[in-house]
Every structure is written in C-alpha cells, then in structure tokens.
Design a protein around this ligand. Sequence first.
Ligand code: ATP
Ligand code: MG
Length: 451
Amino acid sequence: MRLSRYFLPVLKETPAEAQIVSHRLMLRAGMIKQAGAGIYSWLPLGFKVLRKLENIVHEEQMRVGHIPMLMPTLQPADLWRESGRYDDYGEEMLRIKDRQGRDLLYGPTNEEMITDIFRSHVGSYKDLPLTLYHIQWKFRDEMRPRFGVMRGREFYMKDGYTFDLTQEDALHAYNRHLVSYLRTYERMGLQAIPMRADSGPIGGDDTHEFLVLAETGESEVFYDAQITDLKFGDREVDYESHEACRAVLEEFTSRYARTDETHDEALFAEVPEARRRTARGIEVGQIFYFGTKYSDAMGATVQGPDGKSVPVHMGSHGIGVSRLVGAIIEASHDERGIIWPEGVTPFHAGIVNLKQGDAEADAACEALYAGITALGLDPLYDDRDERAGGKFATMDLIGLPWRITVGPRGLKNGVVELTCRRTGTSEEMPPEDAIARLAKIYAPHRGVLVG
Ligand code: ATP
Ligand code: MG
C-alpha cells in the first residue's frame, strides 16, 4: 500500500476523552472512530489488525478440529425464554421489537441458538463429539462502556460450543480449548495466563479466564511468578488425546493464578513469598464447562449406545477478538506509539523515502516495494512529499515492527537502513539483504493471510 493513496487519518493531538494508552493510540493512529457510546467504526488500519487476529483464531480453531459457522446477531427472544435467561440476563441485553411486535434481542452470546441448532439436527451419540464455533459481533449494553474497544457495547467475539456424550469427554473438550488458546495468544505475541475464575451468567462449575497482565487491566489478579516463565512455543500436541491435553493443562494451571473473584488468601500464602505477585489483568478469553444446564432446559438429547436418551454435556469458549486489539497495545507500546508483534502487524514493514521526487530514491523504494510484495508480505510505502521527521513519527505511531529508510546518501554507498521498532536499532545493508531479512523474520508468521 502507498500511503498517499491509503486512508490513515492520524491525529496530531491526544484525544481528551481517552483514559488509557491503547484507546489514545488507536484514535491517534486512525484505527477506530467512535460511532456512539461503546460502538466503533473500524477504520482501515484497525480493521486490518482485527482481521489478522480473526485469522489467527480461525487457524488455531481449525487446527484442533473445531468447525466454523456463522449465526446471526439478532435472535428471537423465545429461545432465551426457554433457557430462562431472557429475564435473568438483565439490563445488559439489548431488546428489540420488530414491526410484527415480536421480541428480538441483539445476541450477547449464543448458547441458546447453538443448542437449538443441535437439538434440531443431532440425535445420536455417533455424531459426537462436536465443536462448532463462530466469530460474530455481540452486543452487551454495558453500564460503563469505556477504554475504547476494550469495554465496548458492540464487540467482536469468537464463541465456540462443545457437545459431548459424557462428562469425561466434555472435560477433554475443555482441556483442548485451554491448550489451543495458549497457542492462539502466543501467536498474537501475548502472554495470556489461564486463571481460575467465576462463571457469571453463563453458569457452570469449571471455568478459566485468560488474562494479559497490564496496569490498566480491570481485574485484580494474584499469581505465582513462576507462571510467567511458561511458554507453549511450537510444541506438537495430539489434540485428540485426553492425556496429552490434560498434561499441558496441568503444566499451565497447577501454579496459583486467580482473579479477585476466586482469590483465596490462605492458598496464596502457600506460594513462597518471593514469588507472590499481585497485579492487574485484562480478560481476553474464558472457557466454561457447564454440563447439561442448557441441554436440560432446552431438550438437547442424544440416544446413547444403550438406546437411552440422555442430555448432552456442553461447554462454551470465548475469545474477545476486538478487545485483544486494545490488549496487545496495552502490552506493547512506548512513548512514541504502538509496537505491533510480527504476528498481528497491519503492514509487515514501512518504507520511508527521505527524498520523494529524487529519481534514484524513488526507484529504490519502488524496487523494495516490489521485492517485499513478491514475498507475499504487505509493505506500507510512505511516498508523501513530507519531511523525514513527520514520516518517522507516523511510522512510530502506527507501530510497524520494521522500517526501511531510503535516502540519496545511503544509496550512493548502495545501502538502505533497516530499523527495528522495538529496539530502535538500525543497520545499513543493500536493499536485497533487507528484503531477505524480512523474509526470514516473517517466516514463522506465514500462517496468517495477508489482508
Ligand atoms: P467481562 O468480565 O470483561 O465483562 P465477560 O466475562 O462478561 O467479560 P465472556 O462472556 O467471558 O465475557 O466473553 C468472552 C470474551 O469476550 C471475554 O473474555 C472478553 O475478552 C470479551 N468481552 C466481553 N465483554 C466485552 C466487552 N464489553 N467489550 C469487549 N470485549 C468483551
Ligand atoms: Mg468472561
């Protein structure tokens, strides 16, 4: 993309309404525009990051055998009357009437709708296990929408639903989700710690939340410092195997890590004092096993091997895709702007032409642009006739992890400059070497579609 033809409405001033850094930077970098309280338009740069996260979520879900689909945002109230949640959900539910006077709601989540789909089409244990998921907009009429996309009213969420014959199988589905989420967040350049949590209006017994440590997080968290040394990395796990998934779950959840809702002072005191940590965290996902709560209420049964009809065991599993955009920025920025991890960056590299209009500099930039694009990567070329300082400030603000600076002086010696946004270090090298370096840097992140 050439910046002169892109739509990147960066702001010079710091928006007064934004209280936290991710909200400020998303507004300043032209990623979002508020449309109403807790409701945002995703401008091109923000939309690109949202799509990257969405792609990672899809790839990691499909890797473990979960099946994508799409349910609507609007749901008939009658389904929610069956589960009893139409009344229980309270003020957070946005209720709507259509012209026939029928009650609808903008879905805050989809347990009822998926249970209805299941009971309409699945009747035998032979069709289990089954995991269906979608990534769809949700609406919750939050009392205090704030912090930009972190606590919106409209937000984008992956929600997946598991159906199993037995509790044991359902717990395997739960463990498999936990393992797959570890990998998902790591691909986004994040450490998200699974913590024992409270189930809230979804209901159920077993639940973990995934928290990203950040000063601006809304949850208070308590954990054993050893937990932050754990890495999932690129290990191969047999996701079909109960033992393999349970082993990873145990590795990542055996140390103390809880949110304030489930915190237990006495248990925490057993962690050696030097390792005890209290911090703030951002909830970026949650997994639930809730047994037959919805299948009992809504008659979702299957015929078991003995011919008897039994309610299915269910779980639901959510990732806050739009909140993650803010959470990544909270975890990765400096005073000049955002620093995108390679796995989610909107553009892979910025090209800054120090002397637009200089025939040699222009030609070198075009060659770099073509070379990077030929790798299947997505460069952003700042081809505007602007001062170098302004171009650097824009690149730093929008946070591209790598920048190539091209100027007549360097070109005389056959070199351009490759700069790492995170460390600020620059290296001079021939343009071909800069392209080769980018190829190497992005090789581990190739799964993500360019978009
Ligand atoms: P919270 O405690 O933050 O209100 P929740 O526990 O009610 O969230 P879940 O039902 O677990 O949310 O939804 C799954 C994920 O969706 C959450 O982990 C979070 O990342 C995201 N999410 C929930 N509410 C919002 C919101 N208002 N804005 C943006 N993302 C949200
Ligand atoms: Mg939650």
